[in-house]
Design a protein around this ligand. Structure first.
Ligand SMILES: Cc1ncc(C[n+]2csc(CCOP(=O)(O)OP(=O)(O)O)c2C)c(N)n1
Length: 284
């Protein structure tokens, strides 16, 4: 039996008191424990930022890479060992800004990883500049007259590009978020979970109060999760009411399923023959 405590680690945590990342961390632990996944079967890859620190606070395998580059690392790890459960923690700047092109490639290839984007709509670690999801007009020290551009809609982007599992969670609804993470991990193929995350230091607009008044759960008994047009419409709802839940879900062959070379099991379990590699190098 795997308990949430199996994932506890005593690394000192410096997130601000009240940071939404704590709810996300707890939801991850619960999702992993509920699936009885032991820590050694999990790899967490992260980029740079406050979100990128998440795996420091979990006892499991992790790789903390460069800003925006967690997805290619996770892709490589999945291809090397497709038996591993791979989660990726990134901030909205990390994933949709610096790492945007990698996100597009992962969607196109349908890499079987679960992307958890801590979307606080601001660059937290570097003290509050606008990110790709900052709203038009959002005022920061670096954008004193407000953001001139429009905010990226990550859910609509992912659905439009054919991602097979697209969901939104909220750090204030831990049980619900943990269910989404569990479902995302069970999905064969790329799962994107955009998580509304409160930043108590640098986003004084999208606060817990703001979300608690607006967030509602999609009704799973009524909502047709495989209806692409409905998903696109739902992804565009933002205002007095903000939906959370699974917006779109449709399974198609994942990248690892498509690669003939992986059919005989994970590459890491194969015998490595240095003589064959040496022969290949001398041939070229
Ligand atoms: C290529 C590159 N560009 C910029 C930076 C500086 N930098 C580090 S973290 C960060 C922003 C992080 O914001 P986000 O990804 O939204 O995560 P958060 O800290 O809000 O969780 C930036 C711009 C960097 N380390 N590398």
């Amino acid at each position: 039996m795997t308990d949430v405590k199996a994932y506890d680690c005593d690394y000192e945590n410096k997130w601000c008191p009240g940071c939404g990342n704590f709810g996300i961390l707890n939801a991850m632990k619960k999702a992993l424990a509920d699936q009885e996944i032991p820590p050694d079967r999990v790899l967490i890859v992260s980029g740079i930022g406050q979100a990128g620190k998440t795996p420091h606070f979990l006892k499991c395998n992790y790789f903390h890479g460069l800003h925006g580059r967690a997805v290619p690392v996770a892709t490589g790890a999945k291809l090397a060992n497709h038996d591993l459960n791979i989660l990726v923690n990134m901030g909205d700047g990390d994933c949709y800004g610096e790492g945007g092109n990698h996100l597009l490639a992962a969607i196109r290839r349908n890499i079987d990883i679960t992307l958890l984007v801590h979307n606080n709509m601001v660059y937290g670690l570097t003290k509050g500049q606008a990110s790709p999801t900052s709203a038009h007009g959002f005022v920061t020290k670096a954008q004193p007259q407000g953001v001139a551009g429009e905010a990226l809609n990550p859910l609509a982007l992912a659905i439009s590009q054919g991602a097979g599992f697209v969901a939104r969670g909220y750090n204030g609804k831990m049980e619900h978020l943990s269910r989404l993470i569990r479902e995302g991990m069970r999905h064969k193929g790329l799962s994107l979970i955009d998580i509304l995350q409160v930043c108590v230091s640098f986003n004084h607009v999208n606060t817990a109060g703001f979300y608690n008044e607006r967030v509602y759960e999609l009704d799973e008994s009524e909502y047709p999760v495989d209806d692409w047009h409905r998903a696109m419409d739902t992804a565009r709802i933002w205002g007095d009411r903000i939906p959370i839940g699974i917006f779109y879900k449709k399974e198609t062959e994942s990248y690892t399923d498509r690669l003939a070379g992986l059919k005989d099991g994970p590459l890491v379990n194969r015998q490595f023959d240095p003589a064959r590699v040496a022969a290949l190098i001398s041939d070229s």
